[in-house]
Design a protein around this ligand. Structure first.
Ligand code: MN
Length: 748
């Protein structure tokens, strides 16, 4: 029996332009060498033409480092060769900046290189103009545009990711401010995107560069620890691999290929954050990988492994039977060896390996038989992309779209079954209620109970991969506000939210109608009759709402004062003198705090009563939004607060921090500091906080088993700058792993 195991090099490293190459000729020669997998002569001709074209166009430009600009597009093309991409991708990599940066027209590109290339460059130019700044709405709108540009031809996103990767590889020459902006944007948008598309090589490298920029101390700590343990690690890898190979050989498998995967610093950092672990359990940082010919072989190897070593319960995952949304397939298991150490093993076929490493990129790789580019129809295969497309059609409010996308970008998946055996893919932490919405919205909205593996279970209980879930519904059931606390998926949240909102709007409309009718009756005006006669058109106009319903809702919410509106619209008929000419939003009674005192302006006014959302504790300097509440004035939230997203946009009012900081209000923020174990570290951190002039209101210290210190400080701060300063100071202390602002309503 022929049983071959792959003999591949260690974890794939992406291609790059060698550091010592500084001239365009040498750089291009390097590209030609790396694209030698493209066997046909025409490819070389086309790429050469694109190179000459781009060099001419960029000839007056220099990079920040002083290098000729053309080195950038060439480097991007070189990164692309890592994926064995087709000629069109390489050409558009070379041309990606000519339209945006040199004013070359798309027409010219089309004439020289044809329609496909022109379309790709157009997509890249559009994405290139997108800046994901802190303003949530703009960021969301831009993300939408990006999804749309990608949907036309996914090669666009691969080139864009390569572009971003090269920019971040060469980020050192930029100013501190730009570095931070680019690193944040990359970590929030591009790295998760690469992850979702399964392009792990790019994702990993992007993340490591970002960590280095954003948390240099942490990055250094981990990198040093890694190199210190190198010997130990290599010994461990050889030992496990030899045992594994010897055993598999008995069953006819040869040339076992084993990978250590310790290089990705960011994933180690994430483990430290999420599981609050310190850099101790080095075995957890490595994986072994067995690559075989057929699916049947995969399961056989698994059988062999499990007969040698005991599998760790709950760690076996069959991504062959149930591929991830990005088409990733593999068997995963973690085993316990007799000496107590653990080893994580992945088993897959050659074909799967290609997709595992390169994700979506594997699909238009030149060596594939069907080398046609991915079109929108192929998106069907990518569940996640399809969901994004649906979501962007469904959600009209851009910030809601962004919130939804962010949740989905980061979450891992579990697989759950219907009683009939259909599989549903949900995010980790999904509940029975999420599952109900995954089946159908109508099922979700009328869910009364669930049976998990045959047992009645509360709706809020978390599901595990492999659970069989049956949903019980009733037509008398309706969603309540609590439900928002039970679900994690964006679909379920959105459906519940929109149900609650429409219910709320109906209520407000009724209240608004009563209030308005009451005021109009005093002038002998009948709302319905006179509305039909067109007598009330100017009333609606004065209310600055788009129609009668919107106006009634605004009155019901207290955004518009009915009395004031009627007076203003019928000044002659109104006999009562108007008491108030101020906006209708609750004005502060004598003893409560006004926005002005707290440094907040509501619609430009300082005398409106405000409260700060306890869920997100906004600080001066952060983008904020306000919502009208009943009886508590306007509540102020950070504009990325998830709790605030559950509130009705109809209640939203414009708020901003006032410039003159007459208010000396201090805001309470909780900081979480995770540290290595060291005597005196608490004293160091406490001193650092006090020295930056910030008061500690409360402190809490905890040590978790087998790990490090978790310190929590409640501090009083004036604004965002102060917060950033304190975080930076703490982070620079030796042995501090990371500092985080604790947040009640954000999930990441
Ligand atoms: Mn570029």
């Amino acid at each position: 029996m022929k049983r071959k195991l792959a003999n591949l090099k260690s974890t794939s490293q992406l291609e790059s332009l060698p550091d010592d190459i500084r001239t365009s000729k040498e750089a291009f020669a390097c590209l030609l060498k790396k694209m030698s997998y493209l066997k046909d002569k025409k490819a070389v001709e086309q790429v050469t033409k694109a190179y000459l074209f781009a060099e001419e166009k960029h000839k007056k430009q220099k990079r920040q480092s002083g290098d000729p600009y053309i080195l950038h597009p060439i480097s991007v093309a070189i990164i692309l060769t890592s994926f064995h991409v087709d000629v069109a991708s390489l050409v558009s990599g070379l041309l990606h900046d000519v339209v945006e940066d040199t004013g070359t027209s798309l027409e010219e590109i089309k004439k020289e290189f044809g329609e496909t290339i022109a379309d790709l460059v157009d997509g890249l130019t559009k994405i290139g103009k997108i800046r994901f700044r802190s303003n949530q709405e703009r960021m969301a709108e831009n993300f939408r545009k990006m999804i749309l540009a990608m949907a036309k031809d996914l090669r666009v996103i691969l080139v864009k990711l390569a572009d971003r990767l090269h920019n971040i590889r060469t980020i050192d020459v930029l100013s501190e401010e730009r570095k931070l902006r680019i690193a944040k944007e990359t970590l929030e948008i591009y790295a998760p995107l690469a992850n979702r598309l399964g392009i792990y090589g790019i994702k990993n490298e992007l993340e490591d560069h970002c960590l280095k920029v954003l948390k240099y101390q942490v990055y250094k700590e981990i990198a040093t620890s890694l190199s210190r343990k190198k010997k130990e690690r290599e010994l461990y890898i050889t030992e496990v691999r030899d045992i594994l190979a010897a055993e598999l050989k008995k069953y006819g498998f040869r040339d076992l290929s084993v990978y250590g995967r310790p290089k990705h610093i960011y994933s180690i950092y994430r483990k430290m954050v999420v599981r609050q672990l310190a850099f101790t359990d080095i075995h957890d940082l490595f994986g072994f990988r067995v690559i075989v010919e057929s699916i049947k072989d995969c399961y056989e190897v698994l059988g062999v492994v499990h007969s040698m070593w005991k599998p760790m319960p709950g760690k076996f995952k069959d991504y062959i039977a149930m591929p991830k949304a990005n088409l990733y397939q593999s068997l995963h298991t973690t085993v316990i060896r007799p000496n107590g150490s653990t080893a994580e093993i992945q088993i897959r076929t050659f074909d799967m390996h290609d997709i595992c490493e390169n994700g979506i990129a594997a699909h238009w790789s030149y060596k594939e038989k069907h080398k046609s580019p991915i079109k929108a129809t192929d998106l069907e295969k990518f569940t996640w992309m399809r969901q994004m497309m649906e979501l962007q059609r469904e959600l009209k409010d851009p910030s809601e779209f962004l919130a939804a996308v962010k949740v989905d970008l980061f979450d891992e998946e579990i697989f759950v079954f219907t009683p009939k055996g259909d599989v549903k893919q949900l995010s980790v932490d999904a509940t029975a209620l999420d599952f109900a919405f995954a089946i159908h919205t109508d099922v979700g909205l009328t869910t009364v109970g669930a049976k998990v593996n045959g047992k009645i279970t509360p709706l809020r209980s978390k599901l595990q991969s492999g659970d069989i879930v049956e949903i019980i519904t009733s037509n008398n059931q309706h969603p309540s506000k609590d439900w928002l606390n039970y679900v994690v998926s964006s679909k379920a949240r959105n459906k519940i939210r929109s149900y609650l909102r429409s219910e709320q709007r109906e209520n407000s409309k009724r209240i608004g109608r009563t209030l308005l009718e009451h005021e109009l009756a005093k002038l002998h005006i009948d709302l319905d009759k006179d509305l039909r006669k067109g007598k009330l058109d100017h009333l609606i106009k004065n209310a600055k709402e788009s129609g009668i319903d919107e106006m009634l809702i605004a009155i019901g919410y207290g955004k518009i004062n009915a009395k004031e509106l009627v007076h203003r619209s019928f000044p002659k008929e109104s006999k009562d003198p108007l008491v108030s000419d101020q906006p209708s939003v609750t004005k502060a009674p004598a003893r409560t705090k006004t926005g002005g005192k707290l440094g907040i302006l509501v619609s430009g006014l300082s005398n409106i009563m405000v409260t700060f959302g306890k869920c997100c504790n906004p600080l001066p300097g952060e983008d904020v939004i306000g919502f009208i509440t009943r009886g508590r004035g306007v509540s102020i939230h950070r504009d990325d607060c998830l709790r605030a997203l559950d509130l009705d946009p109809a209640r939203k009012v414009e708020v901003q921090w006032s410039d003159d900081q007459e208010s000396s209000t201090l805001h309470t923020v909780t900081l979480k500091v995770v540290t290595q174990e060291r005597t005196g570290i608490l004293a160091d951190v406490t001193a650092a906080i006090s020295n930056s002039g910030v008061n500690i209101r409360k402190a809490q210290v905890a040590l978790s088993p087998g790990m490090k210190g978790v310190l929590e400080f409640e501090v009083a701060l004036a604004n965002l700058q102060e917060l950033n300063k304190v975080i930076k100071t703490i982070e620079s202390i030796r042995d501090v792993i990371f500092v985080e602002r604790k947040n009640h309503s954000r999930r990441h």
